[in-house]
Design a protein around this ligand. Sequence first.
Ligand SMILES: [Mg+2]
Length: 250
Amino acid sequence: MANASDHMLAARIASETGNLLVELLEQHEDSKRPKGGIEYLGDRTAHEFIVDQLARHRPGDAVLSEEGYDNPSRLGADRVWIVDPLDGSSDYGWSATWSVHVALVEGGRATAGAVAVPGWETTWATEPTPRPVMSRVAEKPLILVARSRRNVDGRLLHAAIDADIAAISSAGVKAMAVVRGEADAYVHGGYLYEWDSCAPVAVALAAGLSACRVDGSALEFNKAEPTTDGLVICRPELRDDIVGALAPLA
Ligand SMILES: [Mg+2]
């Protein structure tokens, strides 16, 4: 199982990668940014830093990164780091909604992880565990969905449980908004890659939130096809209502 230093390592790498990405923006003011967008430079810089850190500190562990080659030897590995060096990359450079994901997977479960959101100047990790989510005062639950899916996921949730819906970028940012108690749930009805969901799920579970697929089943990581068929991260008391609302997608 993950040990104390795994939690600390995940937090440190996510946090330092976030700082590196902020520095990269500072070095490239708007007029000096590549025409195709600075996110490609961000993706590459962040990926190289994370892979180098893991090679140095966990040389025996496998790595699956959004920006790297998928080495099938990870399928037989006891310990696999699943990382998204820059999540919400289309927002990188002009909004606060991008994040860095670093998670350790053992036996199909995320056992340690961290999500850095530099725009909110915070890194959340599995240890120390996030502060427990306080009770909400709003009458209606606020549910975050992907911009690309608001007409599907948002519509279903609004119709079934009269939730307020907001659409923002980055799986990590949406999940951490729930961890911070600013939203009640993050729902994604379509498929995601494991690097999108893995670290946010690790942190959300450590915060006492529920995390499951849209049909309510358990999440599994480091699969041959590294995707997640839908994701719900929410306050535990909302889980059944949300899964029920998403039944048409399950
Ligand atoms: Mg990415």
